[in-house]
Design a protein around this ligand. Sequence first.
Ligand code: FPP
Length: 227
Amino acid sequence: MSGEGQQARHVAIIMDGNGRWAKRKHLPRVMGHRKGVEAVRELVRSLKDTNIECLTLYAFSSENWKRPEEEIDDLMNLMRKFIKSDLPEFIANDVKLHILGDWQSLAPDIVEMLEDALAQTAGGSRTLAVALNYGSQAEIAQAARAAASEGEITAEAIDRHLYSAPLPPLDLLIRTSGEVRLSNFLLWQAAYAEMLFLDVLWPDFTPDHLKSALMKFGERERRFGGR
Ligand code: FPP
């Protein structure tokens, strides 16, 4: 699944369109999120056929708390189920979990499950990074404060204090559902990332879509400000 040309080491996805997928099928919103989790599962399974070292997924933003309580409960329950059912597979497939965001302020049972999952997958070689209760502006502000408390605020010092510090540089950022915006996701990390905005709704996203995104990435010329 690697394609020609340059290879993406780190791919991030804004998984958008679950609600519209459900609406089009006259189903409750939660069914869109449920199908969205299935798409996540298939994608993580397909990572072994790629050269991707890290896949970062935007699962819950710090702004998502503004949604109705019922939908928030549905999303949190899906998270619980997903960790419980898929953790053994992560371990078997050498997938290491990483979390971006203020996840320690989620419900105590979720925090406990995540701590356990982080510990059990720590030896994995390929990373699944999940953004949970994540907002990029708050992340940058926090990193700038930490950098200032150590001395000079440089780009390198900020980098070291971002949630993404242990991850490879972001190569490719994908957003599904046709919306063309970043929604407070990886604003700093996307400085030189290639971007792809796809018309497919997240529940319909398959490993083949990822494969074709990686091919497109391989064809792009990245200059990092040079020429
Ligand atoms: C956007 O669809 C999607 C979300 C807000 C949540 C993404 C979550 C999942 C795919 C499931 C949980 C993930 C994991 C890793 C267990 P939307 O509801 O904004 O769709 P709409 O814009 O069509 O209404």
